[in-house]
Ligand binder design. Structure first.
Ligand code: 0L1
Ligand code: MG
Length: 266
């Protein structure tokens, strides 16, 4: 990590408990830097790693990772200029066409992403998009349901990283495809809410190529002393800005070449 830790072990545990409470009981909290203004990106990942350790100790299973804030649209929407990563567990996964409860979320938003499933372990530093493509088993379309635990979605990078990049739920679906069969830069996506188009974009919005986002993720994992295991499900980041949803909404993400992913919110 290019920045140093400023938080003590006690501070990390205290902030982790604060974030875990907000995530599991679905309430908004002020951004962590209000109390710890010197917090760095490394501090954010220290809190996130402690959160992951606690969830896994409670029996949650790590199924993969997500790259976040990987498009200009998302960075502009959230007022940050560097991408981030977060972990994904089995408890966050929802099946295609699911009715997704909003009662256990604060203020959910949806975004369309290309997901990668890995056939080989990847390890940084120095991981490239070509390494990612060679290690990918297949790609599939996904919708991420993000839910910042920070009041009004107002945060900075150290705080949002500590909150596991706003990870909440995710739905994979559509049609799995081999990367050799596709041009992953030019896939179009249209997001519909209640039958109306609310966002659209092309996959190059994600760092020029979604595999670049996965390479970035692997290199951040290396900074954390981790690798990306074979079998991981990895989301490469929202292609469009995130769209708010509420009970009663139905959402369909239509991806060129990859089919569609649907869900409704209750
Ligand atoms: O997946 C994402 O890009 C979300 C990163 C966190 C920022 C947000 O809550 O919008
Ligand atoms: Mg996302």
């Amino acid at each position: 990590m290019s920045q140093n830790l400023t938080l003590s072990r006690e501070d990390i545990v205290r902030l982790c408990e604060r974030v875990e409470g907000a995530q599991t009981r679905a309430y908004a909290i002020p951004k962590l830097t209000d109390e710890y203004p010197a917090m760095t990106i490394a501090d954010g990942y220290a809190v996130q790693s402690e959160l992951r350790r606690r969830y896994l100790a409670q029996g949650h299973r790590l199924v993969g990772w997500k790259a976040g804030l990987t498009s200009k649209a998302k960075m502009k929407q959230m007022g940050v200029d560097v991408p981030s990563i977060g972990f994904l567990t089995d408890r966050m996964a929802r099946p295609e066409n699911a009715a997704i409860s909003t009662g256990d979320l604060v203020h959910p938003r949806v975004e369309c992403e290309v997901a990668f499933v890995m056939k080989r372990e990847l390890r940084g530093p120095g991981c490239t998009a070509a390494d990612v493509l060679a290690a990918t088993d297949y790609v599939l379309p996904a919708v991420e349901i993000i839910d910042s635990r920070f009041a009004g979605f107002k945060f900075d990078l150290p705080s949002v990283i500590a909150d596991n990049g706003s990870s909440a739920r995710f739905v994979g679906g559509g049609r799995a495809r081999y990367v050799e069969e596709l041009d992953l830069r030019t896939l179009g996506v249209v997001l519909e809410k209640n039958g109306e188009i609310v966002a659209m974009g092309a996959s190059a919005a994600v760092l020029g190529h979604p595999a670049e986002a996965i390479a970035m993720l692997v290199n951040i994992l290396a900074d954390l002393g981790e690798t990306l295991p074979a079998g991981s499900f990895v989301m490469s980041g929202g292609i469009t800005e995130a769209i708010a949803v509420q009970p009663g909404d139905s959402v369909v993400a239509r991806f060129q070449e990859l089919g569609s992913v649907s869900m409704r919110f209750v």
